[in-house]
Write a protein that binds this ligand. Sequence first.
Ligand code: MG
Length: 182
Amino acid sequence: MDSRVHSKDVKHAVYQKLQERGVGIEEIARIVMEMQIAYNPLLTLAACVESVHAVLNKRELQHAILIGIELDSLAERGLLSEPIQSIVSSDEGLFGCDETLALGSVFGYGSIAVTTFGYLDKRKSGIIRKLDTKAGSHVHTFLDDLVAGIAAAASGRLAHQQRDREEGTPTSAPGADSASME
Ligand code: MG
């Protein structure tokens, strides 16, 4: 018997979890816009939304998002064991697994995605700052970094697409030979 979870169920779970945790696709797209508008003044929010949907289609990101949100949720309900319960729920300053998980998921989108992630991690634009600011009983230790990862991947994708469009050539985006990053 095939015990694999169907890809469409995984994708559905990603969208559902993001919504449950208060993250809108358009809010992520606004960060993408902020990152890329300097390089493409004609960029539209619709193109950024499309790019966010495109990167959310990738397993590498989907799995990172589901694992990170799961750990946030468990910590929020006090269901992790110590000492990791305290470390995750307090978003301990030296805990770096949240950044590492999100960063690892964007490697496939190349150096622009990686450097954009680092920038967003420091700068914390828009909803990333909202999530990072500990409000009430919510735990968003992983989610803020995951949102930065999604925005960074979508930014890297747009940057490569723009060059390809300008040159009228087939895509030479990172990973494009496997069609995995289109
Ligand atoms: Mg974090």
